[in-house]
Design a protein around this ligand. Structure first.
Ligand code: THU
Length: 139
């Protein structure tokens, strides 16, 4: 790992234990590190109306935003999967919008986490910038 995110990974493992996943049985935990060093954790919370389920990553970032945090450094993700669990497409977009190009650290059962920048998982992203540019063109 380019940075030592060991503590962040441990926080995501603890969060995974709180997953509410009675339908898929797939437990996910996430831990989001703010620029000022605070960690917000999240787990997936499933719903009997399946589409209302929220992923661990979005739980974590919505918790942080709702507590007034605006700048982020990294997110660690742990799951039940046999290998690493990269964030789903919806979470990539939400993380990009709210956290920007943070480090993404994927816990792995081999013990060697995978680390990358969010931009490598979401090339050519849609963002607020494009909305602003369109508005400007119209005016
Ligand atoms: N899930 C997450 O929490 N994060 C991901 O990045 C992938 C999927 C959850 C959603 C659902 O509760 C379960 O994993 C199976 O898709």
């Amino acid at each position: 790992m380019r940075e030592n995110y060991r503590t962040l990974i441990q926080a995501s493992r603890n969060a995974k234990r709180r997953a509410h996943a009675p339908y898929s049985g797939f437990h996910v935990g996430a831990a989001l590190l703010t620029s000022d060093g605070v960690v917000f954790t999240g787990c997936n919370v499933e719903n009997s109306s399946y589409g209302l389920t929220i992923c661990a990553e979005r739980t974590a970032i919505f918790k942080a935003i709702s507590e007034g945090k605006k700048k982020f450094k990294a997110i660690a993700i742990t799951s039940d999967g046999t290998d690493v669990t990269p964030p789903c497409g919806a979470c990539r977009q939400v993380l990009w919008d709210l956290a920007g190009n943070i480090d993404v650290v994927l816990d792995s059962h081999s013990g060697i986490p995978l680390q990358m920048k969010l931009e490598s998982l979401l090339p050519i992203p849609f963002s607020e910038k494009r909305l602003k540019a369109a508005r400007k063109r119209k005016s």
